[in-house]
Design a protein around this ligand. Structure first.
Ligand SMILES: NC(=O)c1ccc[n+]([C@@H]2O[C@H](COP(=O)([O-])OP(=O)(O)OC[C@H]3O[C@@H](n4cnc5c(N)ncnc54)[C@H](O)[C@@H]3O)[C@@H](O)[C@H]2O)c1
Ligand SMILES: [Zn+2]
Length: 673
């Protein structure tokens, strides 16, 4: 390709990215990708200096202001910063500074975290905030006075005295991580746009035409320099760091991590220190800014086109990178949760090679609108597992394909259950799924379940790992020969374990139901189910509606139960367990005398004052009544509490007998419940 063509292509691409980032506050590629192109352009221009044009992105700051805002001319231009991407280039920068300041042997540095937000200029006249502006293209910014006034920690008037009559300060507006998380949460709930990162959220919030929206956003500011100063200039400190302390006395918020370094080694140590605390800060930073501290030396060093010569932004390894989604695999967790995992073209993020990232669940895949083959932005911060932040829609290829969520467990082929109310999809093959095997067996053997003495977690893990046990039924087929030779298993323990297994075969229906590990069927629910259905067969055949007649069983639990028994694989294991001789005493049909409401159907409505509705329901069931959710021709009694509504109307229409709460309590008293 011709050099001119290459240059034009890079410039066009960077100009597009600048527009998306600075004007729309909605970048489509990560900063690292932008920086990579910018470095490529710089290198090319350095090679062919005669081809550098004044409108090249390497020569410009930001982007021209948007006309919807008023314009503000910056008398002192607001520049950008040069970057150093590693210790070597920082050292080269430091050397350049010393070379220029030939006769100066010592340069002190002011080190400040590079806040990841957006630069603003604030003008105070006679101590009052009169104007706020964005950086814009460095010469002209946008008037955002009403918006900056809403920033919580920005003083509207200065404290104390001695400040210049006209004082312009500059700082970074940002959003705290916590503020960002809660903003995105509420945006998501309202079905509104979710921001990719705190910087975009801050920029988008500050550049609102309606300042009432800005006021609702959790924005903060830290001030990091002075701009234009008129009056009492001579009373200002000659050190940048000291000037910051003056600003602090006048009430300006400063970044608390700012400090001085005596030389290059001091800057390096500062960089390391800030990098280690980076993840614990409540705001995002993307590097360290090192500034020559002496203002006079700053002035001697001066500027180049877009940045001062006396400062550098020494970037941290980028936490976001662009890569390609090669495939999606579905992992099954210990409890059956199905998690889509992105298989990525390996990419180094923050110093670690990443080739997988979680996609959480189906909703997340939908929200991202992601397809296999897409270019995606990956983020990895601290020890957090890598996340897919967004899809680079502009780079989607024609053969990108939809992600298909499996209907069957990829490991055991049991059906997958996905309830409306839950984000997570799950494998229903709890008794057979290898992914869930260890957990299922541990639960099965536990004290409140089949209570198998001597079958601890460690032993279960060994038995599974050695392929001796696959399902609970296999436990009862273990023999002496198989047990001997397991770690820490002598003859005596083996004999004891076999005896315990034999003993465990004689159990109760509630224990057995609990042992099956059906989702959300705890001890109490298992007991209620056993009491209500009395046989395993009746429970297996129960419909969704019947199940909900049981005390404490709502639609979600009922669905889990139905799905569990609907899974063929589970049935097979149940049959095997019975064949191995698991049994329990019959549950006696309740005594007729104790079931005075046998065969009667009740409906409860309105607010009860003496007890919770669930308690009333349990009492009615104890007396043999069926408690239904809605009124129909088969309803015998409607108990109407306070503010009974449509159910009461319907019951009256159908001629159903209406009971007051007192009458119901009377019934309970009469039968001693
Ligand atoms: N993803 C994209 O599409 C895209 C597009 C454009 C720019 N960018 C990103 O923005 C960068 C360029 O932006 P830039 O020109 O604003 O430069 P910059 O962010 O590299 O550095 C200059 C800015 O740093 C900020 N800053 C934070 N703390 C500071 C401190 N203590 N002292 C002084 N300044 C401080 C100020 O806002 C200042 O304007 C690129 O390197 C890239 O990472 C990304
Ligand atoms: Zn499975």
């Amino acid at each position: 390709m011709q050099i001119e063509q290459q240059l034009a292509q890079l410039r066009d691409q960077l100009n597009d990215y600048n527009y998306q980032y600075y004007v729309l506050d909605d970048p489509t590629v990560p900063d690292a990708e932008y920086d990579r192109l910018m470095e490529a352009l710089k290198a090319l221009e350095a090679q062919y200096p005669e081809l550098v044009s004044p409108d090249s992105p390497t020569q410009k700051v930001g982007a021209a202001p948007v006309t919807a805002f008023g314009e503000v001319a910056h008398e002192v231009p607001m520049l950008s910063l040069d970057n150093a991407f590693d210790a070597e280039s920082f050292s080269a920068f430091e050397k350049r500074v010393h070379d220029r300041l030939k006769n100066i042997s010592k340069v002190t540095w002011c080190c400040e975290p590079k806040l990841d937000g957006l630069a603003v200029s604030l003008l105070y006249e006679n101590g009052k905030l009169v104007r706020g502006a964005t950086r814009g293209d460095g010469r002209t910014g946008e008037d955002i006075t009403t918006n900056v006034r809403t920033i919580a920690n920005l003083p509207l008037s200065l404290r104390g005295e001695g400040y210049p009559a006209k004082l312009e300060v500059r700082g970074e507006v940002f959003m705290t991580r916590a503020g960002f998380a809660s903003l995105n949460d509420s945006q998501r709930k309202q079905g509104l746009k979710v921001f990719a990162n705190p910087r975009n959220a801050a920029a988008g919030s500050l550049r609102q035409l309606d300042s009432r929206i800005t006021a609702k956003r959790p924005l903060r500011i830290y001030i990091y320099s002075m701009g234009l100063v008129e009056g009492e200039e001579s009373s200002l400190a000659t050190s940048h760091y000291q000037r910051l302390q003056q600003l602090k006395e006048w009430g300006m918020p400063l970044c608390p991590e700012t400090g001085l370094a005596e030389d290059r080694a001091g800057c390096e140590a500062f960089y390391e220190k800030i990098m280690t605390i980076r993840d614990s800060l409540d705001y995002e930073i993307d590097g360290l800014v090192c500034k020559v501290d002496d203002i006079e030396l700053q002035q001697r060093l001066g500027f180049v086109a877009r940045a001062p010569r006396w400062a550098v932004a020494w970037k941290f390894p980028a936490q976001e990178q662009m890569t390609e989604l090669l495939d999606v695999e579905f992992q099954v967790g210990r409890t059956g949760a199905i998690t889509p995992v992105a298989r990525l073209k390996p990419v180094s993020v923050g110093g670690v090679v990443v080739s997988n990232a979680t996609l959480h669940n189906q909703d997340e895949i939908k929200r991202l609108g992601i397809k296999i083959g897409d270019k995606v932005i990956i983020r990895r911060a601290g020890d957090v597992i890598p996340q897919v932040v967004s899809v680079v829609a502009a780079k989607r290829s024609e053969d990108a394909r939809e992600i298909e969520f499996p209907q069957q467990c990829p490991i055991c082929e049991s059906n997958i259950e996905k309830l409306e109310a839950e984000a997570v999809a799950r494998c229903t093959g709890g008794l057979v799924c290898p992914a869930q095997r260890k957990e299922a067996l541990k639960h099965f053997a536990s004290r409140k379940a089949l209570d198998i003495d001597g079958l601890g977690d460690k032993l279960i893990e060994q038995l599974v790992e050695q392929g001796k046990v696959h399902t609970p039924a296999d436990l009862f087929r273990l023999d002496m020969a198989q047990l001997i030779g397991m770690e820490r298993m002598g003859e005596k323990s083996a004999v004891n374990l076999l005896a315990a297994l034999e003993k465990a075969k004689h159990t109760t229906l509630p224990r057995f139901l609990y042992a099956l590990g059906i989702r959300e069927v705890g001890e109490a629910t298992a007991a209620n189910l056993a009491l209500y259905f009395r046989t395993l067969k009746a429970l297996e055949q129960a419909s969704l509606e019947q199940l909900q007649d049981v005390n404490d069983v709502g639609e979600v639990v009922a669905t889990h139960i139905v799905n569990f028994f609907a899974e063929e694989h589970n049935h097979k294991v149940l049959n095997e367990l019975m064949a191995e001789g698991i049994h329990w005493p019959d549950i006696e049909a309740p005594d007729e005398a104790e079931q005075p409401l046998q065969g009667k159907t009740f409906v409860l409505t309105g607010t009860l004052s003496a007890m919770a509705r669930s308690e009333a329901k349990a009492n009615l069931q104890r007396l043999g009544a069926k408690v239904a959710g809605s009124v129909s021709a088969s309803t015998d009694f409607l108990v109407a509490g306070e503010k009974a509504g449509s159910k009461l109307t319907k019951a009256t229409e159908l001629g159903v007998e209406i009971l007051s709460e007192e009458q119901m309590l009377g019934l309970f008293a009469q039968h001693g419940v």
